[in-house]
Design a protein around this ligand. Structure first.
Ligand SMILES: [Zn+2]
Length: 225
């Protein structure tokens, strides 16, 4: 009741088109939702996102919900999610994407998000990829976790590590903290945007030793074809 009154005085605007949202709409109006640039890559074997990882990491599949274009609606959504203190947008997109995945019979057991750098996490207060993971898992009824993988601080020096650990640590920004939780599980690892795929690849490398079923997903992808 109070919320309806507040909405009447200060109507919420659609992130996509800036028009007032009507009752039942949140963050995006129905028209913008209908016109989202969905890739449908989850339905396409050898899709452009999978090709990014060919010869790099052994994954089952890779896909992105939306196609990113500069000045487009996806850029506005991601901007709001990352800098607009609007974690709900990530959850909403995750829930929408999960409906597509469920229709295609894609049911991971755990959805993991690429961890944010601790400094950025502190600044932003939330990990936007984790919001997406949370939205997906809420619809698919699977687990999601932001405690399984950690991103080491850039300042963490290697001086106290043994020589072998130092060698092993080269290029390793991520670490699996609770390998028993991902062991032999069907995992979907998600990030916000996939461009070169370098970040999510580095993260995937740390999980691959524990599972033979890893897929990669993201809110959006920048693919030059
Ligand atoms: Zn709109």
């Amino acid at each position: 009741m109070l919320q309806s009154f507040i909405d009447l005085l200060f109507p919420q605007l659609c992130i996509g088109c800036n028009q007032s949202l009507v009752f039942g709409e949140k963050h995006l109006c129905t028209d913008c939702i209908l016109h989202l640039p969905e890739t449908n890559y989850h339905l396409q074997v050898n899709n452009p996102v999978e090709k990014i990882f060919w010869g790099r990491i052994p994954i089952v599949s890779a896909y992105s919900f939306l196609s990113f274009k500069k000045q487009g609606i996806v850029q506005r959504l991601l901007h709001d999610l990352k800098y607009g203190n609007n974690p709900e947008v990530g959850e909403l997109l995750g829930m929408m994407y999960a409906q597509r995945l469920a229709t295609a019979g894609i049911f991971p057991e755990i959805v993991l998000a690429v961890p944010l750098h601790p400094k950025k996490l502190k600044l932003r207060g939330y990990n936007q990829s984790e919001c997406f993971a949370k939205g997906i898992s809420s619809v698919l009824g699977c687990k999601h976790s932001d405690h399984i993988i950690i991103r080491k601080r850039a300042t963490e020096t290697q001086t106290r590590k043994s020589r072998f650990a130092r060698w092993e640590n080269v290029g390793r920004v991520f670490e699996v903290k609770k390998p028993e939780l991902v062991f032999n599980k069907k995992i979907l690892l998600v990030d916000d945007v996939i461009t070169t795929g370098a970040t999510i690849e580095a993260c995937a490398q740390t999980i691959i030793p524990f599972t033979n079923s890893l897929s990669i997903g993201s809110i959006a992808c920048v693919v030059y074809q």
